[in-house]
Ligand binder design. Structure first.
Ligand code: CP3
Length: 341
């Protein structure tokens, strides 16, 4: 095995690296021919629950493209099943919840995760990966808000009326829900760290639908508590990512996260400057740009790289998850470009 590549961890800790580390959110997935072949045999949930298959899928993008970090293959919905949420995946739509939360009693009923029996497969997958990888593997969870959005809406949503109605009207139950999710997801991250994850990312994909005032009132206290608890219990870097979140970046930073993920609509150098370079940043090429001609991708990637101030703590990534049908050749070229190959 070649020497361990710790560029990603160094950048998370704002230490100097010879070049920016690069990984892509959702880097193992349907744009890969090899993933689609494995999906012929196994469902998404099977892949998450069979450690050998999970490890194989997690390794695919590392073997194919040489990313500087891996992310354990799973989904943000997976830990909700042992909490009592019954869901399925609708192809092309996303997770659909069969027993969405409607009343306070549904929140009260949610179970506490027990890592002596729940989610053992994720732990086993991470143990295998630790042996097989020479780059760090990230663990991850969905943020309480993003998970709550699925639990209350019953699936993806455009208006988030059910979610916001519950938040505004059933405020006490809302806070109980956020607290339960924050505690359980923090414990799940710590379990992933014990099992071999060397950094963790909290995906708050849909939080950008909140105003700053609502974020501060209904979400921030839980995020701060969650991140502070992680910081007390582990030394691994904590990455916090949201989309459409340029108006929330300073609050996200105030949670105490080590790295802030910047979405593709936000100007990354401006965002970093606005945070006084006190955190590391990760991002943020538009994932749909990868459907363009290579000349355009190269041009935009170079523009982004050239715009990054010469300070430690930058991680190259897309500004949201990589999309199905993304040409694999463009991924290969882009990773090589960042790595100076
Ligand atoms: O390699 C990796 O990065 C790990 C894989 C990963 C998956 N989901 C696997 C998956 C990660 C990090 C996630 C996180 C996730 N899941 C998020 C946060 C990141 C983001 O993109 O905002 C969210 C919001 C979800 C919920 C979810 N699960 C959606 C919206 C979908 C897509 C539905 C569809 O069919 O387009 C899923 C299903 C899912 N999770 C797939 C994968 C590879 C695709 C389904 C499949 O393989 O059949």
């Amino acid at each position: 095995m070649t020497e361990f590549n710790d560029r990603f961890l160094k950048a998370c800790r704002k230490e100097a690296t010879d070049r920016p580390p690069v990984w892509f959110m959702r880097q193992a997935g349907r744009y890969q021919e090899k993933y689609r072949a494995i999906r012929q045999k196994y469902s998404l949930v099977d892949i998450c629950k069979i450690p050998e298959v999970c490890a194989e899928v997690t390794l695919l993008p590392i073997q194919q493209f040489g990313f500087d970090a891996a992310i354990v293959f799973s989904d943000i919905m997976i830990p909700l099943e042992p909490m009592g949420i019954d869901f399925e995946y609708k192809p092309g739509v996303g997770p659909i919840i069969n027993n969405p939360i409607e009343f306070k009693k549904d929140v009260v009923r949610l179970k506490t995760l027990d890592f002596t029996k729940d989610l053992q497969y994720t732990g086993k997958s991470l143990e295998i990966l630790k042996k097989e990888l020479n780059v760090p593997c990230l663990g991850f969870v969905g943020a309480p808000f993003t998970l709550a959005s699925y639990m209350l809406e019953g699936g993806p949503s455009k208006s988030y009326i059910k979610l916001k109605s519950f938040m505004y009207q059933e405020t006490e139950a809302w806070h109980m829900l956020m607290d339960k999710l924050a505690t359980n997801m923090a414990d799940y991250l710590l379990f992933q760290v014990e099992s071999g994850a060397m950094a963790v990312q909290i995906f708050d994909s849909w939080v950008g639908i909140l105003s700053q005032a609502d974020y501060r009132e209904y979400v921030f206290p839980h995020m701060q508590k969650m991140v502070q608890y992680l910081k007390e219990e582990t030394e691994v870097p904590v990455i916090l990512f949201g989309t459409n979140s340029s108006h929330l970046l300073l609050d996200m930073k105030a949670t105490g996260a080590d790295v802030i993920g910047i979405d593709w609509k936000t100007d990354l150098p401006d965002a970093w400057k606005s945070m006084n370079y006190e955190v590391a940043v990760q991002g943020n090429l538009d994932p749909t740009l990868l459907f363009g001609e290579w000349d355009l991708i190269e041009n935009r990637a170079k523009t982004l790289l050239d715009s990054i101030p010469n300070k430690p703590g930058y991680i190259f990534n897309l500004g949201h998850g990589i999309l199905p049908k993304t040409p694999e050749e463009n991924v290969r070229k882009l990773v090589n470009l960042v790595q100076g190959k």
